[in-house]
Design a protein around this ligand. Structure first.
Ligand code: PEP
Ligand code: MG
Length: 757
């Protein structure tokens, strides 16, 4: 009962369009649910750091937005400062009590206030009051605390949505900063183009248009087309359906013919909304209306309304797609962007990407890094559907999106952008220089690839080979497993492009967050589940086809190396080796020439760190996947925005593990490289050199920076810094020391500090 009530309230608040509407729903519903006389919300204003009386039921609504309290001032301030509930039988006898003039709280004695906290920050205070001198009981307090904890995220989201909303409705530019996860480094300043994932009424971008007549016409056409479709279906099915079933189509046509829906949409279009936006707004309101009905038959009608709205939207979108023009500086924004959506935009116009879902390790992010396009992932609080045509800045170093940045901030970003551009021009001169330390210690730099598109860029940046070819990328772009011959061609192209430089191809690494559309893996804990080598050993037919394709592709070139992902025990290696040897033998019998390629194991699970020697003994080389290794060592899901702050790639535990692996490989006389994102961080380069890593593999964009950093130090110094850092016990100290080392060598430009207004 309680749970149901909580869920309903949260759901309703969730569908609010902005903060004010959200707060109105909260005060109304909480007051009723708790059967109290007063419910109010005080929201913190970031500018003044005061708690503003923002919504109420029971007190004087005329004072909304006009009175406020400082932290520590009054009971509301006390709740905010202490970050815990205050529950009093008689508010006025508490020493902190501070009467707010004219809000009409004199007659209410009992007071219960709870803080609204989101991501450690107090957003506001939720208060209930009643006249009786009677303490709210324990279950009231528990209810309000639960309510507030659940609402905090919703309120944070509504706050940003509201900010943007104000702009849409009133044409006033409001600045806002939204935090996401860094997807690809760099700064971009440009105009948002929102892509919607097929017809989704809830994901229609807001847009204001000038040509209202054309929009009206488009809407009427779409409506007429849907009407024809529905009639056609109804006719086709007429002899197969019972009269009751058939009546459904009459209901459908009734909804379409209903003059209210059509008229509402038309009037919004006349007010300047584009057809899709007007349709979505009206349909969502009607859907909500039906969903709230008590009667289940009527509630079901919500589904019909939604279906019809979606059909009309589909027609509107198909017309719109034909005439899309991209601004010169396009920032692509979408809920879940795909490789295809990137492909639709001319490369020279694409300056940035924002994906509401996903993480720095999602497919789009990997692709974007390879292309050198600054990218933000996991911007969950971004009201992305409202951003069409808005001016945005994205900071791919820190994962920040700035909406309507103030002039000064924009200027700072502009400077940073120019610095970045100048830096990459400077670094171009490094292309043909070797990556070696001042004392001539040579260390090849490789790239991570996944697509053919990466090849040119990689070679331009001076890559000496491929340290990680993520074979799952071409698999992701298809609708079924690629055949052995299709794979052979893909692999051949990579091998040829880089030959005679080495190309390390990793066997299919799916599972975790990488699922193929045609081979879905749904699990409670995908990162601890069926992924990488575990999947392919269970499906030897997939593994063998891949190995055969690789070996065939290598014929006459000989630069192939094979890498095994997600190894957590030696048996997996033994089994995989047996399959590889068998394929090679069989292919030799079929007449293919060429030696057995070098085979390596990825060290990306803590267990593999401790067994690095045993693993190294079985294969030709080791390669550390620091992305997964960090997530497993720190127990931090690499995709989860909530814990992204805890994902420290320079955590002392990670450094100890990296050192253990380097030592183990040396003891076994086997080369060891690193192919996680850490390898592309110029800060970490010093340490990796000092530990004795034989090669670093990274995204093409980072390569020149890392080369520059390594060319400025001596191996001797790298070892010294390493020794200093290895005794530090927290990541922040390590970070600071490494920044020091970069700036000692005049490489301040590689250090990115947050840009604040
Ligand atoms: C890693 O885990 O560090 C790695 C290189 O593999 P991926 O990012 O593809 O999981
Ligand atoms: Mg990995």
């Amino acid at each position: 009962m309680m749970l149901e009530m909580l869920r309903n309230i949260v759901q309703e608040v969730n569908s609010a369009e902005g903060l004010d509407e959200a707060l109105e729903i909260i005060v109304e519903r909480v007051r009723n649910a708790m059967d109290t006389e007063v419910c109010s919300v005080y929201m913190r204003d970031a500018g003044s750091n005061r708690y503003i009386f923002q919504a109420t039921r029971g007190l004087n609504a005329n004072k909304i937005g006009r009175v406020s309290l400082a932290p520590g001032e009054g009971l509301v301030g006390l709740v905010a400062e202490r970050e815990e509930p205050v529950n009093l039988e008689s508010a006025e006898s508490h020493p902190s009590f501070h009467l707010l003039e004219d809000i009409g709280e004199e007659e209410y004695h009992a007071f219960l206030g709870v803080p609204i906290i989101h991501q450690r920050e107090v957003l506001g205070v939720l208060v209930v009051q009643q006249a009786a001198r009677r303490r709210f009981d324990e279950s009231d307090e528990a209810f309000l605390v639960t309510m507030s904890a659940q609402l905090a995220g919703v309120i944070a989201h509504a706050q940003v949505t509201g900010t943007v909303q104000v702009e849409t409705l009133e044409g006033v530019a409001v600045s806002a900063k939204i935090k996401g996860i860094p997807g690809a480094p760099g700064i971009a300043i440009g105009t948002a183009v929102v892509v919607s994932p097929g017809a989704d009424l809830y994901a229609v971008p807001r847009r204001i248009i000038k040509n209202r007549r054309a929009e009206l016409r488009a809407f009427k056409n779409a409506l007429a087309q849907v009407r024809t479709d529905v009639r056609l279906v109804a006719d086709n099915l007429s002899d197969q359906l019972s009269p009751e079933d058939h009546a459904l189509f009459d209901v459908y046509l009734g909804i379409l013919d209903d003059s209210t829906i059509g008229a509402e949409v038309a009037s919004l279009i006349k007010a300047g909304h584009w057809a899709q936006g007007a349709l979505s707004k009206v349909m969502i309101e009607h859907i909500r209306h039906f969903e709230r009905m008590e009667h289940s038959y009527l509630r079901e009608r919500a589904v019909d309304v939604k279906d019809l709205g979606t059909r009309v939207l589909t027609y509107l979108q198909s017309e719109d797609r034909d005439e899309r023009v991209y601004p010169a500086q396009t920032i692509l924004v979408g809920e879940e962007l795909t490789a295809t959506s990137l492909g639709e935009i001319p490369r020279e116009k694409l300056v940035g990407i924002i994906s509401v879902k996903g993480s720095g390790n999602s497919h789009v992010a990997i692709l974007a890094r390879a292309m050198g396009v600054p990218t933000i992932m996991g911007a969950v609080d971004l009201p992305y559907t409202m951003l069409q045509d808005r001016e945005l800045i994205i900071d791919g170093y820190y994962g920040l999106v700035e909406l309507n940045p103030p002039a000064e901030l924009k200027q700072r970003y502009q400077e940073l952008l120019e610095q970045d551009q100048a830096l990459s021009r400077d670094l171009e001169s490094l292309r043909d220089l070797p990556c070696e330390t001042l004392d001539d210690y040579r260390l090849p730099l490789y790239v991570n690839t996944g697509l053919m598109a990466d090849v040119t860029r990689s070679l331009e940046q001076g890559a000496e080979g491929v340290g990680l070819f993520r074979t799952e990328v071409p698999f992701l772009l298809r609708e079924r497993f690629p055949s052995e011959e299709e794979q052979r061609k893909i692999y051949r192209e990579q091998l040829e492009a880089f030959a005679p430089r080495p190309v390390t191809m990793r066997t299919l690494d799916i599972g975790g967050d990488k699922s193929l559309p045609y081979f879905p893996i749904e699990e409670e804990n995908p990162f601890l589940g069926w992924r990488g080598i575990r999947v392919t050993l269970d499906h030897p037919e997939i593994f063998l086809a891949q190995i055969r394709a690789m070996i065939k592709a290598n014929e006459g070139l000989g630069n192939l190396q094979i890498l095994l992902p997600m190894i957590s025990n030696v048996a997996e290696v033994d089994e995989a080796l047996e399959l590889i040897h068998r394929s090679h033998r069989e292919l030799a019998q079929e007449g293919f020439l060429g030696a057995l390629p070098q085979i390596g194991v990825m060290i990306e699970v803590p267990a593999a760190v401790y067994q690095a020697r045993a693993l190294a003994r079985r294969v030709d080389f080791l390669s550390v996947g620091s992305n997964d290794l960090t997530q497993y060592l720190l127990a931090v899901d690499r995709n989860n925005t909530r814990v992204a702050d805890l994902y420290h790639s320079l955590h002392p535990a990670v450094l100890q593990a990296l050192k253990l692996v380097a030592d183990a490989a040396r003891d076994e006389g086997k080369p060891v490289s690193i192919c996680g994102e850490l390898a592309g961080d110029p800060l970490a380069a010093v340490l990796l050199v000092g530990m004795g890593y034989d090669a670093l593999s990274m995204n093409a964009t980072s390569l020149p920076k890392v080369k520059q950093a390594i060319r400025k130090i001596s191996l001797y110094e790298a070892v010294e810094v390493l020794e200093e850092v290895m005794v530090m016990d927290n990541a922040a100290d390590v970070h600071e020391r490494l920044e020091q080392s970069l700036s000692d060598h005049g490489l301040e430009q590689f250090i990115h500090s947050p840009v604040d207004a």
